[in-house]
Design a protein around this ligand. Structure first.
Ligand code: SF4
Length: 180
């Protein structure tokens, strides 16, 4: 199958990419993450994915445009639903691009992270698949959690310490901050 694999960051790509590749799928990686703030963090994660591409030589579609405005326009006043909106933004864009460029299916490395809302990502992926008509590949990539970490460490790959948005950055470092 020709699969468009949305990736949130290089460390989360390691296991899903190797899993799908080992099953003979043709993979193109799509980096689209308007949720990543601030700008220098976005640049750092973009550079990390480009460096990983140099190692594995996978086709990469890289959304270089910094999506701060686009992201915040959807999130502000909807903070309590921010992860759902954030997942949907990225999955919808991936499905749309997959259809446009003739892929057979789409999926996301968000299904790898133990820190993400796994069932919600799967639900949204299926929903967008029904709406758009392109299959969503579900797999519980969390099974390869340690494999991905070990490989990232061996490559000396940059591993971020918070999810991406400015809210998650505060949650990570401000112990008094409570999720809305
Ligand atoms: S915590 Fe992560 S998934 Fe949730 S809105 Fe922020 S960047 Fe997106």
């Amino acid at each position: 199958m020709k699969i468009l694999l949305h990736t949130c960051c290089a460390p989360c790509l390691i296991y899903p990419y190797s899993f799908l590749k080992a099953r003979c799928h043709e993979i193109t990686v799509f980096f689209y993450n308007p949720n990543i703030h601030p700008f220098l963090e976005f640049k750092k994660r973009t550079e990390t994915i480009k460096n990983y591409k140099e190692i594995l030589s996978f086709p990469l579609v890289n959304e270089n445009k910094y999506g701060l405005t686009e992201f915040l326009q959807k999130i502000v006043f909807n903070e309590s639903k921010r992860c759902s909106i954030c997942y949907a933004m990225r999955l919808e864009k991936t499905a749309t691009l997959a259809i446009k460029q003739g892929f057979d299916a789409f999926t996301t490395t968000l299904l790898y992270s133990k820190y993400q809302q796994h069932d919600l990502i799967n639900f949204l992926g299926e929903k967008i698949s029904i709406q758009t008509g392109i299959p969503f590949i579900y797999h519980d990539f969390r099974e390869g959690w340690q494999v991905g970490i070990d490989e990232a460490l061996s490559l000396n790959m940059y591993r971020q310490s918070y999810c991406g948005c400015i809210y998650s950055e505060q949650e990570r470092y401000d112990k008094s901050f409570k999720k809305p």
